[in-house]
Design a protein around this ligand. Structure first.
Ligand code: AMP
Length: 191
C-alpha cells in the first residue's frame, strides 16, 4: 500500500498534483477541504458546523476531520493506497492519523511537500478564487489569515514527519508537469 501526504501552504498546488498522482499510482484522493465543502453543499450537520469556520479561514476541529477521514478509509477498504491532501494540518492531527492508520494496519509511506513563496501563493489563490468561485479564495483578509494559520499550526507538522524520516520537500515553482516530475521522483524511491 502507498499512503502519501501531499503537503504545502494554501495555494501550493496540492489539489492539482494530487489529481495527477492518483492516476499514476492508482490511489484514492482524500482532501478534507473537498470533503467539508461537500458536507456544506449537502447541508449536513457537519457542514453547518464547518461553514462559518471555513469562511473565516480558521480550522475545524481535529476530531471532525479525523472522523471524516476514518469514514472515507473504511469506505475504500480495497484501495491501493491514499493521498491525504490538506490533512493533517496540525501536529495533533498527525498523531491522530498515525493512531488511526495503526488501528487499520496501515501507515504513512512518505510526506511530500511543495515549497512556494508567499507572493506566489497569494497570486494563485486569487486566481483560483476567480475560476472556482470559492469565497475563501477571493477575500484578501481570509487569504492572509489562512497563510498565518498555516505558519502557526501546520508548518510544525513538518517536524513531526521529519522525526520519522518521512518528510521530503520539493520546489513547487515551475510548470505543472515539471513539479509532478519532482514529486514522482521522490515517491518512486519509497515505492
Ligand atoms: P482546503 O480546501 O484544504 O484549502 O481547506 C478549506 C478549509 O477547510 C480550510 O481553510 C479549513 O477551514 C478547513 N479544513 C480543511 N482541512 C482541514 C483540516 N485538516 N483541519 C482543519 N480544518 C480543515
Amino acid at each position: 500500500m502507498l499512503n502519501l501526504v501531499i503537503f504545502g501552504a494554501p495555494g501550493a498546488g496540492k489539489g492539482t498534483q494530487a489529481a495527477m498522482l492518483i492516476e499514476k499510482y492508482n490511489l484514492v484522493h482524500l482532501s478534507t477541504g473537498d470533503l467539508l465543502r461537500k458536507e456544506i453543499a449537502e447541508g449536513s450537520e457537519i457542514g453547518k458546523q464547518a461553514q462559518a469556520i471555513m469562511a473565516r479561514g480558521e480550522f475545524v476541529s481535529d476530531e471532525m476531520v479525523v472522523s471524516i477521514i476514518s469514514g472515507q478509509i473504511d469506505r475504500h477498504a480495497d484501495a491501493n493506497g491514499f493521498i491525504f491532501d490538506g490533512f493533517p494540518r496540525t501536529v495533533r492531527q498527525a498523531g491522530m492519523l498515525d493512531e488511526l492508520l495503526k488501528s487499520k494496519n496501515m501507515s504513512i509511506s512518505i510526506v511530500v511537500a511543495m515549497e512556494v513563496p508567499e507572493t506566489e501563493l497569494v497570486r494563485r489563490l486569487l486566481e483560483r478564487g476567480k475560476v472556482s468561485g470559492r469565497a475563501d479564495d477571493q477575500n484578501m483578509d481570509v487569504i492572509a489569515n489562512r497563510i498565518h494559520v498555516y505558519h502557526e499550526k501546520t508548518e510544525p507538522v513538518t517536524g513531526y514527519y521529519d522525526a520519522q524520516k518521512k518528510f521530503v520537500s520539493v520546489n513547487g515553482l515551475g510548470a505543472i508537469e515539471e513539479i509532478f516530475g519532482r514529486l514522482t521522483a521522490v515517491i518512486d524511491q519509497v515505492k
